[in-house]
Ligand binder design. Structure first.
Ligand SMILES: C[S@@+](CC[C@H](N)C(=O)[O-])C[C@H]1O[C@@H](n2cnc3c(N)ncnc32)[C@H](O)[C@@H]1O
Length: 283
């Protein structure tokens, strides 16, 4: 388990995932009732973009760096505002030095009644995450295998929840674990909103994963993908996707605005593409 998200923090994949997470949270807040975000692969929560790792791998410059400097289409501006407001608030001097991971972004968007369960298996990362949220009664940091949490931590006691599953995809079998994990969690918490992240790299693996999802019987599944360059051989990461189960009814329309804007902004010149399709609609 050697994956360090610090190399990738704020890149195109983080931008897509974190904007979508912010849209899901925004929708949840339309009702007063509390909700819980369960972040099964949480990372360390806050990333130093001025540190050695980010300097060696400045992926964020072509991700959140471009977004902060861009003039977006007018309709996209309010949709990215909650996410960008959090990023800006963490960097009061204007220079981008700190980037929020998913648990910190979620927490910053919460109301007093909302809760976060953040799971992280790497002992050192879990410790850092624990320190970040020390004394915060709205957050529970748990050093645990996130795949187990998909069984043990759903449904949340609030009965309203977003489950983000964002594995590192460094080991073989992650697509299978993602598929099995969704089936297990959905069996216990069919009303939950799920966001499953996957890399666009191995075209065959994505195809098989999506085909299996189409046939698995779970209704209301939206597939959203953003690629920044064409697929290559040998394969390297060229984009990312999210499977959204039970997305808010507003999300499809929002993604029709956001995805083309992000593809144009974050893609190599003329090479950005997006995909948005229902794998399954209503049951
Ligand atoms: C892609 S990063 C998470 C990034 C984070 N969700 C964000 O958006 O800021 C994946 C994280 O999962 C952790 N991890 C790897 N295997 C795990 C497992 N089985 N259970 C929980 N965490 C795991 C890694 O240590 C790494 O910090």
């Amino acid at each position: 388990m050697n994956y360090s998200h610090a190399f990738h923090a704020g890149n195109h994949a983080d931008v897509l995932k974190h904007i979508v997470l912010s849209r899901l949270i925004d929708y949840m807040k339309k009702k007063d009732a509390a909700f819980r975000v369960i972040d099964t692969h949480a990372g360390i929560g806050s990333y130093d973009l001025s540190g050695e790792i980010a300097k060696r791998s400045p992926e964020w410059k072509n991700g959140v760096g471009r977004l902060l400097a861009a003039t977006l289409p007018q309709k996209a501006v309010p949709l990215v505002a909650p996410y960008l407001d959090v990023v800006r608030a963490l960097n009061p001097g204007g220079k981008l030095e700190t980037y929020p991971g998913s648990p910190l972004l979620a927490r910053k968007l919460f109301r007093p009644q909302d809760r976060l369960s953040a799971l992280e298996l790497h002992p050192e990362y879990a410790k850092r995450l624990g320190t970040l949220f020390e004394g915060d009664v709205q957050v529970r940091v748990i050093e645990l295998d996130g795949w187990l949490a998909l069984n043990a931590h759903v449904p949340p006691k609030e009965k309203r929840g977003i489950v983000l599953v964002d594995p590192p995809f460094e080991e073989a079998g992650e697509f299978e674990r993602l598929y099995d994990g969704l089936l297990k969690a959905h069996g216990k918490f069919a009303g939950g909103v799920y966001a499953l992240w996957y890399p666009l790299k191995d075209t065959r693996a994505v195809h098989d994963f999506v085909s299996a999802l189409r046939d698995c019987g779970i209704p209301k599944m939206l597939r959203a993908e953003l690629s920044i360059r064409p697929a290559s051989n040998p394969p390297r990461l060229h984009g990312s996707g999210l499977i959204l189960v039970n997305p808010p009814f507003t999300l499809e329309g929002e993604l029709r605005i956001l995805l083309p804007a992000l593809a144009q902004l974050l893609g190599d010149p003329g090479e950005g593409r997006h995909k948005l399709e229902w794998l399954r609609g209503e049951a």
